[in-house]
Design a protein around this ligand. Structure first.
Ligand SMILES: [Zn+2]
Ligand SMILES: [Zn+2]
Length: 455
């Protein structure tokens, strides 16, 4: 079973599934309780074929318009045992060599429908044909193939054939490294798994948080590849899963999962585990300006790269993540794991390589947004860009960083002072506060206008 609401993935034997079903375990996600069928998938049957067959004809040329696959299906890491968690700086890391990773092809959730058939295949050298019994065929391909150059196939129903819907899967045992922040300052909300009941701006901010985790994962993958002089594809990034902070706040965070591509492990993620403190501090302060990290930190890269480019995070193989990647958010995520006091600018301190231009960037985005949608009153509160609009400018739009927790302002700081001032303003004017984060504002201003501006 798989849950998109929390990243949980688990496999069961047929018997165990039946047993759990009678206990209603699968009515909702066993990990987070999600019931929305768009997010929570009840168990479906996985099959790992030993081999594949064709209709055994001479074949035909590939059609020009046939779809080609840009990316491989995601990897899921299944937790089998409990691994020791070690704390390095502000990161909780664990490595295990008895967990299993799965690559599952659900055919875009349409699955594969088929059953057992018998086929009779004729060949130019055997016009009587051979019988192949108990062949599992996709229903779409279980059709007779007329004679062509002496080849043909006749499909016969098989009494034992029971139609089934399956997903194709392959699994392997390999080393699995899990990485998550140990503590998260109360100024930040690092939950990328929002709830349906969350406010629109919180759901929106979770996109930037998701970007932070995935960008940090791809950064680590590339740092490791650079250090060990290997191909980045030797290290795989599995689906990120949910974790609950053990600090009695019940806040949700997420866990990055990296695995060796090679079955039984190649020692690469083990190297990251063994050298995590070094690699973390190196990613914040690179010692060699010509290394992969040095180039990311360079002035030239900072100036030309707004979110991600082929010099930092993009490669052809992670194409389906391109719109999500952002080296600044990835670096901030690593900085949180390196320093539990880092609050990502919520204290008004932006003296970090990935944050130093944030206020200017936010102001630029705010200006473009105001111009596109006809807002004429822009202002700054302690440097933070805002927009006032509506009758007597009673409403306020606040531009924020995607990692900031705007739901509970619990710490007295720069952000809290700004929020208090805005709260007071709208109490007097009778207006509303809209919150727009820079991750979404940069990528989809029209969507922000539609979904996040409260009028
Ligand atoms: Zn779940
Ligand atoms: Zn870049």
């Amino acid at each position: 079973m798989r849950c998109r609401a929390c990243g949980f993935f688990e496999t069961y034997s047929e018997e165990r599934k039946t047993e759990l079903e009678t206990q209603s375990v699968f009515d909702s996600c066993p990990n987070c309780g999600e019931t929305n069928p768009d997010k929570y998938q009840q168990p479906f049957k996985l099959k790992s074929p030993r081999a594949y067959r064709t209709n055994l004809s001479a074949g035909s040329d590939t059609k020009d318009d046939s779809e080609f696959l840009l990316s491989r299906p995601p990897i899921f890491a299944e937790k089998i045992g409990l691994a020791n968690i070690e704390i390095v700086s502000n990161a909780s890391i664990s490595i295990s060599n008895n967990d299993v990773t799965w690559r599952v092809n659900t055919n875009s959730d349409r699955f594969f429908t088929g059953k057992l058939y018998n086929t009779n295949n004729k060949f130019p050298f055997n016009s009587n044909g051979f019988w192949f019994n108990n062949q599992w065929l996709l229903n779409d391909f279980a059709t007779n193939v007329p004679v062509n150059n002496g080849y043909s196939m006749f499909v016969q129903q098989n009494q034992a054939g029971v139609e089934e819907q399956i997903a194709l899967a392959s699994n392997k045992n390999t080393e699995i490294l899990r990485i998550a922040p140990t503590t998260v300052p109360l100024e930040l909300d690092l939950n990328m798994f929002f709830s349906e009941t969350d406010l629109p701006h919180i759901k929106a901010q979770s996109n930037g948080v998701r970007s932070g985790y995935y960008s940090a994962a791809f950064l680590l993958q590339r740092i490791l590849a650079d250090k060990l002089d290997i191909d980045p594809t030797e290290i795989e990034i599995a689906d990120i899963s949910m974790k609950v902070l053990e600090d009695e706040t019940n806040r949700r965070i997420a866990e990055i999962i990296l695995t060796d591509e090679l079955p039984n492990g190649s020692g690469f993620v083990r190297f990251l585990y063994d050298n995590f403190a070094n690699i973390l501090s190196e990613s914040i302060n690179p010692s060699n300006p010509n290394s992969y990290l040095g180039k990311i930190h360079s002035q030239t890269h900072q100036e030309k790269c707004d979110n991600a480019c082929y010099d930092c995070l993009k490669v052809f193989r992670n194409m389906n993540y391109h719109s999500l990647l952002d080296w600044r958010l990835g670096l901030s995520m690593l900085r949180i794991m390196n320093d539990s006091n880092f609050v990502c600018g919520a204290d008004g301190s932006f003296k970090f390589i990935e944050l130093q231009n944030w206020l200017a960037f936010a102001t630029e985005l705010r200006n473009a947004f105001a111009q596109s949608f006809g807002f004429s009153h822009t202002a700054e509160i302690k440097g933070l860009p805002i927009i006032k609009f509506g009758k007597n400018q009673k409403h306020i739009i606040m531009i924020v960083h995607p990692f900031w927790d705007l739901r509970n302002i619990r710490e007295a700081n720069w952000l809290a002072e700004i929020k208090a001032e805005i709260d007071e303003y709208v109490v007097q004017s009778g207006g509303y506060i809209s919150i727009i984060d820079t991750f979404n504002l940069h990528r989809r201003p029209g969507w922000c206008y539609e979904k996040l501006v409260i009028r």
